[in-house]
Design a protein around this ligand. Structure first.
Ligand SMILES: *[C@@H]1O[C@H](CO)[C@@H](O)[C@H](O)[C@H]1NC(C)=O
Length: 364
């Protein structure tokens, strides 16, 4: 057994040394399909950025992380997030570190700026406390770009490197759930009708994507909003039988516009590639092993649908779609990651190509 393990190790080391020389990207001695991955978003992607922010939108307590290798980290689910899984599928050996706690991690492989309750609009989610909105996340990225330029010996070298990286942007739910649908805190529903509001959000996203391009980004993964009307929290809050159809319609309207923006940008910015990920493409049903679709796995707080601190989660977590009343379980995150990374098993999930193909796509 010991001998076998050692032989395997030697072989493994040889294989990755060779592939490292052939590919150009050696991440911690392993090969990844892109040199780096930068993550922008909300609680679906947050991996600890809210831990030291004064807000209710944080998940740095049990039972969050119950299935994560290092336990509680601030991730809003029981184990890895979908971008964690996508990172693994891309061949990154370590999880992409959170901007708020880079620690001794290497920023050269990417940084995660995502923040729970954050939106495209600066005010979204702020009734819960602080968060890092998309504009601030992009400002934080500029700081990282400067550090990478220092590290690589100049801005031209940094630009050459950064254009091969992936820029994943998964945000927008909070501009509805924690803004437009809360007229007691936010005036947006009085200022804009739903059609106008979707367009206002898209215009702002479009400007932010241009800012990222100015910072050297060329390969973009843009994720649409999921079925925000089907979370146990929305259903309980609105007292509907089944999903809140109005919420899903708003999410779809926004996502269709985002998909059009992707088409448009691919036509304009010929030095860049944008892909759209449809987060409602696959049907989540019992064929995937789920049996509980409308209840949270953990005991939840009525005010925000988050798990009650220190409560015990359900034991059969693989059967649940939702971990708390808002966020999917890691089981669903894995399936989401799989179909967006490689869409051959679920055509229509990504357009015009999947994440795997985007990683391989060459930018001049
Ligand atoms: C996502 O996929 C679903 C199911 O195929 C479809 O109904 C919906 O229109 C798609 N959304 C977008 C934004 O393309």
């Amino acid at each position: 057994m010991a001998f076998e393990t050692r032989t395997w190790l030697v072989l493994h080391v040889l294989v990755f040394l060779v592939t490292c020389f052939m590919q150009h990207f050696c991440v911690n001695g392993q090969t990844s399909q892109a040199p780096c991955l930068f993550v922008f978003g909300d609680s679906l992607s947050d991996n600890g950025n809210n831990n030291n922010i004064l807000t209710n939108a944080k998940a740095n307590y049990v039972p969050y992380g119950v299935d994560f290798p290092n336990g509680v980290t601030g991730r809003f689910t029981n184990g890895p997030t979908s971008i964690d899984y996508i990172g693994q599928m891309l061949g990154f050996q370590n999880f992409i570190p959170p901007f708020a706690n880079i620690g001794r991690s290497d920023i050269i492989n990417g940084v995660n700026y995502a923040s729970g309750a954050a939106g495209i609009r600066a005010e979204s989610g702020k009734h819960m406390g602080g968060n890092v909105d998309l504009g601030m996340q992009i400002a934080n990225h500029r700081t990282i770009v400067t550090l990478i330029a220092i590290r690589l010996g100049g801005m031209p070298q940094a630009q050459q490197y950064l254009k091969k990286c992936l820029y994943y942007v998964n945000i927008g739910s909070n501009d509805f759930i924690n803004n437009y649908y809360l007229p007691q805190y936010y005036p947006t529903s009085r200022t804009y009708n739903p059609q106008q509001y979707a367009q206002v959000l898209i215009n702002q996203v479009s400007n932010y994507l241009q800012d990222l391009r100015v910072s050297g980004a060329r390969k973009f993964v843009l994720v649409g909003i999921g079925q925000i009307g089907c979370t146990p929290f929305s259903i309980a809050n609105q007292g509907t039988q089944g999903c809140v159809e109005k919420y899903n319609a708003d999410a779809l309207r926004y996502s269709l516009k985002l998909r059009s923006l992707v088409d448009q940008l691919n036509g304009i910015n010929l030095d860049s590639k944008y892909i759209f990920v449809n987060s409602t493409a696959g049907s989540v049903d019992s064929s995937l092993g789920f049996t509980v679709f409308d209840k949270a796995c953990c005991l939840t707080r009525s005010e925000d649908g988050m798990c009650v601190p220190n409560s015990s989660p359900c034991l059969d977590r693989k059967k649940y779609v939702f971990f708390d009343a808002v966020h999917p379980t890691s089981t669903l995150n894995y399936l989401t990651a799989l179909t967006s990374y490689d869409s051959t098993s679920a055509p229509g999930t990504t357009t015009p190509m999947d994440i795997k193909q985007l990683a391989q796509y060459s930018i001049n």
